[in-house]
Design a protein around this ligand. Structure first.
Ligand code: DP6
Length: 360
């Protein structure tokens, strides 16, 4: 597959107006995407668990214009209110994907979007938001070209989502998603995410993710600035090679169910991500004191109780706590008794692996 395979040929149908809705989940990377080339081509492969409860719900309404417009006609509503602040990002996205969706200039669009998680939670909504919008746009393209295969629909939705925000391409389909070419994962591609199709051990079925909202403030570093830190980073090449190696090891672990090795890979990836930020120039320290308190408590808990609780981090202070379903009860008691106190206003979100986006 190349980019050009996503440029459509002539559409067979004509549609005057319509309405489509999709919900798309957030995802949590175990092997981290950090560093990119132009157009969100990742510098290394990544792998994520798809979440179930944290999602964006988007409705796209469209009506055909008399003649194609020179400026995109888009209104954006966030949680039922007209929202001007998201518009520039969406216009930029439309510009980027226009080549692949030539109908964008033929219609007036209205985008109504809402998240199931609080906006100011420090959970990025760009992954679920761009995925939901891409799926809605693909739904329109499918009406214009009903012959489209389901495989192409999903691949192209992920391809478009990637152009909106890299990690969004992992929020389309599948419980575990890989994005970025890896020599041992046949279906992997730099252009889109694919549902992980190798063997997965029972231990990872319905894996749990409790998200501790340590700091709900604005992101200190935008993801574009963050990824750019990997250009000319003294450790960049070693890091990209390490991601390949960690994904190779994780593939083995996902198959054999070895939770100890799983923890080792996942926590090392999280700390490496933060180490990359701390050793770039300019440098950033995105963990807060309470992030470290939680991490130390997790280490102690594991040592004393022998249960398989581990953490991962995004580019921020919040902590994702990952654990198997059959240890849920004891681990959740511990989280409530010992860890929730470190969250801002004691806020946290219970989530777990989900299967991907849904048409509404
Ligand atoms: C730390 O996908 O937000 O969460 O492509 O610039 O939109 P852009 O970046 P984004 O980066 C996410 C980085 C991460 C790790 C990950 O999700 O793999």
């Amino acid at each position: 597959m190349t980019e050009n395979d996503f440029i459509p040929k002539q559409y067979s149908e004509e549609i005057k107006h319509g309405e489509v809705s999709w919900s798309a989940p957030s995802n949590i990377a175990l092997i981290k995407y950090w560093g990119k080339l132009e157009n969100q081509i990742p510098a290394n492969p990544s792998l994520s668990f798809t979440l179930n409860n944290c999602k964006t719900i988007t409705k796209l309404t469209f009506s055909k214009l008399e003649k194609p417009t020179s400026e995109f006609q888009v209104d954006v509503f966030f949680e039922n209110e007209k929202n001007e602040s998201f518009r520039p990002k969406i216009l930029q996205f439309f510009k980027r994907i226009e080549k692949y969706l030539p109908f964008l200039r033929d219609y007036k669009f209205s985008i109504e979007t809402a998240n199931t998680f609080p906006h100011s939670s420090g959970i990025a909504s760009s992954a679920s938001g761009m995925a939901a919008l891409s799926l809605c746009l693909m739904e329109v393209e499918k009406m214009l070209n009903p012959e489209m295969t389901l495989k192409h629909f999903h691949q192209k939705a992920s391809f478009l989502a990637r152009l909106g925000s890299g990690s969004a391409c992992r929020s389309i389909k599948g419980e575990i998603v890989v994005w970025g070419k890896h020599e041992q994962i046949r279906e992997s591609s730099d252009l889109y995410g694919t549902a992980y199709s190798s063997q997965v051990h029972e231990n990872f079925k319905n894996f749990q993710d409790t998200i501790l909202l340590i700091d709900k403030g604005e992101k200190q570093v935008s993801s574009s600035v963050g990824h750019n830190l990997m250009n000319n980073h003294p450790f960049a090449q070693q890091r990209f090679a390490q991601a390949h190696e960690n994904l190779r090891k994780l593939k083995v672990v996902l198959e054999n169910g070895d939770l100890k090795s799983f923890i080792n890979i996942v926590e090392s990836e999280a700390l490496t991500l933060h180490a990359m930020m701390m050793t770039s120039n300019p440098y950033f320290l995105l963990m807060k004191p309470n992030t470290l308190e939680v991490i130390n408590k997790v280490f102690e808990f594991r040592k004393s109780r022998g249960l398989h609780l581990c953490f991962t981090l995004d580019a921020g202070a919040n902590v994702h706590l990952l654990y198997p379903e059959n240890e849920k009860q004891q681990i959740e008691e511990f989280i409530e008794a010992e860890l929730v106190a470190y969250c801002q206003n004691r806020h946290y979100i219970r989530d777990g692996i989900g299967s991907g986006a849904k048409k509404l």
